[in-house]
Design a protein around this ligand. Structure first.
Ligand code: S3P
Length: 173
C-alpha cells in the first residue's frame, strides 16, 4: 500500500515522507523532484518558461502514470496537486491519502521565510491572496482518507500518527 502525504505548501510533506521512508523502509517519491528530473528543469523554471497550466498538465500526466506502477512507496505531493483535474480521485486510488493539517497562519509564517522554489506563494500580492488560496485548497485536502492535525504535535508524534494509520490500513483491500 502506498502512503500519500498531502497538504498546503510548507506543511512538511517532503520532510515527513523522507523521515518515514527510513523508519518503515519504503521508497520515497517526492513529486516535485520527480517532475524536475523528468522535465530536466527546476519547478521555478517550468513555471517561468512554460507557465502554470503546463505544470498542471504534467502533474496530472505523471500522476496517472504512477497508478500503473507497483505499490509500496511513500509519496509527497506538491501543495497544489490534489486541487487540479481529477488528481484527488487519482491520489485516493493510489493509496492512503493523509492530509497534514496545519493552521494557515503557521504556514504563512513559515513560507515567508522559506519561499524559495515556490512560484505560487511568490505570486501572492497580499496576505488575503494567501488565505483565499488556502481556503479554496483546503476543501480538497479535507477529502483525504486520513486527516492529521499537526498543530500541537512534535515531529515524532506526527510520524508516529502517520505510521499508526499505515499499520491500521496496510492489510485492508
Ligand atoms: C505548488 C507547490 C509546490 C510545487 C509547485 C506548486 C502549489 O510544492 O508543487 O511550486 O501549487 O502549491 P510544495 O507544496 O512542496 O511547496
Amino acid at each position: 500500500m502506498n502512503i500519500i502525504l498531502l497538504g498546503y505548501m510548507g506543511c512538511g510533506k517532503t520532510f515527513y515522507a523522507r523521515k518515514l521512508s527510513t523508519i518503515i523502509n519504503l521508497p520515497f517519491i517526492d513529486f516535485d523532484t520527480l517532475i524536475e528530473q523528468r522535465e530536466k528543469k527546476s519547478i521555478n523554471k517550468i513555471f517561468h518558461e512554460n507557465g502554470e497550466s503546463y505544470f498542471r498538465e504534467i502533474e496530472n500526466n505523471n500522476l496517472s502514470q504512477l497508478l500503473n506502477q507497483n505499490n509500496n512507496f511513500i509519496f509527497a505531493t506538491g501543495g497544489g496537486t490534489p486541487c487540479f483535474f481529477n488528481n484527488l480521485d487519482l491520489l485516493n486510488e493510489l493509496g492512503l491519502t493523509i492530509y497534514l493539517k496545519k493552521k494557515p497562519k503557521k504556514l504563512y509564517n513559515f513560507l515567508i521565510k522559506n519561499n524559495y522554489n515556490r512560484p505560487i506563494f511568490n505570486s501572492f500580492k497580499t496576505i488575503e491572496d494567501f488565505f483565499n488560496n488556502f481556503n479554496y485548497r483546503e476543501k480538497f485536502y479535507l477529502k483525504s482518507k486520513v486527516i492529521i492535525d499537526c498543530d500541537n504535535s512534535s515531529n515524532i508524534q506526527i510520524l508516529t500518527k502517520i505510521n499508526n494509520h499505515y499499520n491500521e490500513n496496510r492489510f485492508k483491500k
